[in-house]
Design a binder for this molecule. Sequence first.
Ligand code: ZN
Length: 253
Amino acid sequence: MVAYAYRDSSRTDTLQAKDAKHSDKSATFYCPNPDCDAELTICNLGEHAYFSAKPSKPHITYCEHASHANNYHRYDEASFDFEKMLAGLLIPTLGNPPTTQSQSNTARKSSQTTSFSSIRTLRMLYILCKNKQINDEYNGNIIGRMLLDNRSQPIFFKKGVFGNAVIECISWKYDETKHEIWARLQNQSYTFVLKFEHTDLYQNIKQLIQKHAPATYGFKNVQLVIAGTWFKYQNKFNHFETIIASKKQIIAV
Ligand SMILES: [Zn+2]
C-alpha cells in the first residue's frame, strides 16, 4: 500500500492515491522508491484509495513501500507529537542485558503515557515519511522537516541539520578508539558522526550495521535511519553529530 506513485518510469509526474480518477484504474504506476522496479495499480477511489504492486512486478525485498511494512494509518494522527515521540526514543538504554531490562521498561511506560496509540517507533515514523511527499503534513508536522533524506535536504535542510530530526543515511566507517560511527547522506552532501556514552551500545550498533552490510562492503553502505538531536561537529563544514543513548534511535532498513 502506497499513498502516492509516479505515472512515468522516469518519476517526474506524481499522483496522490486519493486524487486518482476512474480512468486511472487501468493505468500502470511506478513505486516512489527509485531503487524499486515495482509496477503499481490503483485500488479503490477517494479517501480509501491506495497503490498496490502488481503480483508480476512486486516491490524489492527491502522497499519501504512493500505492503507488509505499511500500516501507519492504524495510528492516531491527532495525538502525534514529533518532539515528544523523539524524546521517547532518546531515553537512555544501556547495552548490557540486566540494566537494559529495567531501563527499557521505564522507557516503555513513559512513552505509553505520553503518546498512547500514536506512532511511537522510529520504523513506523520512517515508513510514514517515505510514503508521503515532503510537503505533506502529519498532524501539522511537515514530513520534510521530520525526515532528512535526499528529497528534503535541498529544501528544508539547506544549511544543515540542527536540533531534533530523523535522518536517512548510509554507513561509512567507524573509529574503534573514539567509539564513533560515521555515516553520510546518500547524496554525500552531509556527514554524520554518532557518539556513544557507553561502549556496550557502540559495539551493539556496530554489530547491527555489520550484520546488514553486504559481504563485500564489511561496514559500508548500510542504509540507516537515525533519530537524534543534531549539532555541528567540530566546526567542520557539513558535518553533524548526535549522541546515541538508546538502541531505539537507530534502525537498519
Ligand atoms: Zn517499491
